[in-house]
Design a protein around this ligand. Sequence first.
Ligand code: FES
Length: 108
Amino acid sequence: MDIKINITDRDGVTHEVDAPTDMNMNLMEVVRSYELAPEGTIGVCGGMAMCASCQCYVKSDHELPEKSDDEEAMLAEAFYVEDNSRLGCQIRITEDLDGLEVELAPES
Ligand code: FES
């Protein structure tokens, strides 16, 4: 099935997009598939929690999977990190995330 996700891009424009729960996608891949950030500015490490180009701020109060040690470590080094920062590539699209609201962090 598809869920709805609200993604605010780096220009402050919010997009409501459909994201499939059955394709093993993560949030970074959804952003890329809708071209909501220029090629080369997101997903740089290919989703390995090693670049922080996919950082986003989680605006809704959805329960998200805990951060892995790799994600924690990357966010400890990244710029513009806030309490609600997550790495989009580490967030798998599941039915629980229907209605999720996120904002892309600035490019660093
Ligand atoms: S794509 Fe590099 S950390 Fe997410």
